[in-house]
Ligand binder design. Structure first.
Ligand code: G3P
Length: 217
């Protein structure tokens, strides 16, 4: 299973990248807006050191606008994936872009039907928003499970990116449900390695070691 970072913050990406844990990056207009930097500049900056796929989203709402933007964005670096929203126009754009060999990430997926259509249109990645599905009182993880089942049954090539990941449980459950990738906010990442009992264990070992050293004098 791969880990992408769901952020446009270069310092955050570098911190996790130093641990060898960044397989790719996803951004969206909200994440870009938080950085107060030029869109193209941020994406090129991220692509300059991240080796895996980096998703950058289009703003246009018609397929013509999306395709036009995608053709420009895809030239910014070799590892760009163009994020396209799940709409009728988005599906049309994904079909054209996939025929042109431009990688796409179909975003804002909330149902099995939407995921299935994105796969059929040729999306490289499909992004179910599991946190936002949970917000509706439904199970985002169940959607991931269903989409993985369909991919395996029909041999679709699309990979699932579990998105809108907000908790440690979301990451663990996404892995168990068969998400190929979880895209994780930088702020959530430390929760993956931290554990209160690990900290307690280290403190206990150190204090026992001090006692042992004193007893050996
Ligand atoms: O991966 C999509 C993400 O950035 C949206 O997260 O928490 O706003 O639903 P959230």
């Amino acid at each position: 299973m791969k880990f992408f970072l769901d952020t446009a913050n270069v310092d955050e990406i570098k911190r996790i990248d130093d641990l060898g844990l960044v397989d790719g990056v996803t951004t969206n207009p909200t994440l870009i807006s938080r950085e107060g930097r030029d869109f193209e500049e941020v994406i090129k900056d991220i692509c300059s050191f991240v080796k895996g796929p980096v998703s950058a989203e289009v703003i246009g709402l018609t397929s013509e606008e999306m395709v036009k933007e995608a053709r420009i964005i895809s030239k910014w670096a070799d590892n760009i994936v163009v994020k396209i929203p799940m709409t009728e126009e988005g599906l049309k754009a994904i079909k054209i872009l996939s025929q042109e060999g431009i990688k796409t990430n179909c975003t804002l997926i909330f149902s099995v039907a939407q995921g299935l259509l994105a796969m059929k249109a040729g999306a490289t990645y499909i992004s179910p928003f599991i946190g936002r599905i949970d917000d509706l009182g439904k199970s985002g993880i169940e959607l991931v499970e269903d989409l993985r089942y369909i991919i395996d049954m029909y041999n679709f090539k699309s990979e699932i990116i579990a998105a809108s990941v907000r908790t440690l449980a979301h990451v663990e459950e996404s892995a168990k449900a068969g998400a190929h990738i979880a895209t994780i906010p930088g702020t959530l990442f430390p929760k993956l390695w931290n554990h209160a009992l690990t900290d307690k264990g280290i403190n206990d070992f150190l204090s026992d070691w001090e006692k042992y050293k004193k007893s050996m004098k």
